[in-house]
Design a protein around this ligand. Structure first.
Ligand code: SER
Length: 320
């Protein structure tokens, strides 16, 4: 039986991944943890919730021992735009936090899922059909922490035989918890603003293509990789995974199919523009497809239908 610990479970991915893991493995077997105290809402109501700081290895170790944890989904991180405002914090959470998780996992024999990112690439990477194994010289502190994380996870696998696995997530689009300060956040915000105001000011210019994915596919990616047959994995950290690639004009045009008078203007954010220009336009995720059957269900069209429906219902109920 699996006993799972999630770090950063109050974040954009963690808040939904925790609930899905609890459905699959049972609420009491999936322990949520976050540095914020969470005592109400679905996370607190469907299973154990603990307050834990990943920069404190003793706190991680205590939870792993208390719940006999065998698998850790390590989601605590600082996203790219916030990381540029506070590079020291991004390094401390992104690298020291992961190091602590890996050390505790080594001592207690846990498998580890680590989400890397399109942020692990940089301007010298081939940006079209970005290969699985290629140049990685990121220019953001977020990217530096992600490349370091990929290397650390590979090291713990080859040196200690730890079962580390990970993906390079693209921008994740969701309708529950908002992302916390990333470069790809615009592709979430645009749906909320389309429903609320029928207009949106985009922080990235037209022509900025980035990989994206709808949350249900991101959750499947994390769980399916952790459940994959290890004998089939030639790579471990970290698989390119993508579901779609678009620029602001294309997502706006898709929204206009449902909200014809939706308007978009541009006010580029220099930090986000610099980061986005250094990230892939579209990754090649054929290794993930071949090695563990990655196959996303949502494209831009089906995601847009679902996003507008769910956010529209929340707006109608006055809970936005
Ligand atoms: N969504 C992340 C960010 O924009 C990329 O992985 O920071």
């Amino acid at each position: 039986m699996k006993n799972i610990l999630l770090t950063g479970c109050g974040g954009q991915i963690g808040s939904e991944l925790t609930l899905e893991l609890r459905k699959r493995y049972g609420g009491s077997n999936v322990i949520g943890s976050d540095k914020r105290i969470i005592t109400t809402g679905p996370l607190a109501e469907t299973g154990p919730m603990e307050t834990m700081d990943v920069t404190n290895a003793a706190e991680i170790d205590a939870l792993v021992k208390k719940y006999h944890i065998d698998t850790i989904y390590h989601l605590a991180a600082v996203l790219s735009a916030v990381g540029e405002k506070n590079p020291g914090l991004a390094w401390n959470i992104g690298v020291n936090g992961l190091y602590n998780v890996l050390e505790v996992a080594r001592e207690n024999g846990c498998a580890v899922f680590f989400p890397s990112s399109i942020g692990a690439f940089g301007p010298t990477t081939p940006l079209d059909f970005t290969p699985q194994d290629t140049i990685q010289r990121p220019v953001s502190m977020y990217g530096v922490t992600k490349v370091t994380g990929e290397l650390l996870c590979d090291y713990y696998h080859t040196r200690y035989g730890l079962d580390t696995r990970g993906v390079r997530f693209p921008g994740i689009i969701s309708n529950d918890t908002l992302p916390g300060g990333g470069t790809t956040d615009y592709a979430v915000e645009i749906y909320y603003e389309a429903i609320k105001k029928k207009k949106f000011t985009c922080p990235l210019p037209a022509g900025t293509f980035l990989d994206m994915m709808y949350m249900p596919d991101a959750i499947d990616a994390a769980i399916n990789l952790m459940e994959a047959d290890p004998k089939k994995l030639k790579h471990r950290n970290s698989f390119n995974v993508t579901a779609m690639s678009f620029d602001p004009e294309i997502i706006a045009a898709e929204i206009r199919k449902h909200i014809p008078d939706f308007q978009m203007s541009y006010n580029p954010d220099p930090v986000k523009v610099c980061i986005a220009n250094s990230w892939p336009n579209k990754m090649d995720d054929s290794c993930a497809r071949a090695e563990w059957g990655w196959n996303p269900k949502y494209n831009l069209s089906s995601m847009t239908v679902d996003m507008l429906k769910v956010i529209g219902e929340k707006h109608a109920k006055g809970i936005l």
